[in-house]
Design a binder for this molecule. Structure first.
Ligand SMILES: [Zn+2]
Ligand SMILES: [Zn+2]
Length: 142
């Protein structure tokens, strides 16, 4: 299992690299904002100092990207999250951009184009009245 850490800071999420830079910045420029014990997360506010959390344990309603460098944080999704990603991918069609492709790969989405009348792929269907469905599906969607 991955043990990736992300950070909540000022209402955004950040990757570890960016959060480390933010913390270095605060240490240098606003030492009064540095918590005495940054392991004691109850003692400070994520508006002042980044709060780390395990990405694997935080299901979200959409894929999360670092607010600084836009790195995809590979967070788990709720069922709403899967529905959101599917809607985004379906709106794009079979050829995805880089970010959407990253989501599709990570969340196990595959493109389907098949006939619901015969259950064959679109290009193998010989129905006179084909019922073609084109969509992205994830084996992990629930
Ligand atoms: Zn980042
Ligand atoms: Zn067919």
């Amino acid at each position: 299992m991955r043990q990736d850490i992300a950070y909540a800071y000022q209402a955004d999420v950040w990757c570890e690299n960016c959060a480390q830079q933010i913390m270095a910045d605060i240490r240098a420029n606003h030492p009064d904002q540095v918590p005495e014990d940054d392991m004691d997360q109850a003692s400070y506010d994520s508006g002042e100092w980044p709060k780390g959390y395990m990405v694997d344990f935080e299901e979200c309603d959409c894929p999360q990207h670092c607010a600084g460098c836009q790195t995809f944080l590979r967070n788990p999704l709720t069922s709403e999250g899967y529905a959101y990603v599917k809607a985004q991918l379906d709106a794009t069609g079979p050829k995805l951009g880089d970010v959407a492709q990253e989501w599709a790969d990570y969340y196990s989405f595959q493109w389907h184009a098949e006939c619901q009348a015969c259950d064959y792929d679109e290009d193998e269907c010989e129905c006179t009245q084909p019922v073609i469905v084109r969509e992205w599906r994830s084996s992990e969607m629930f």
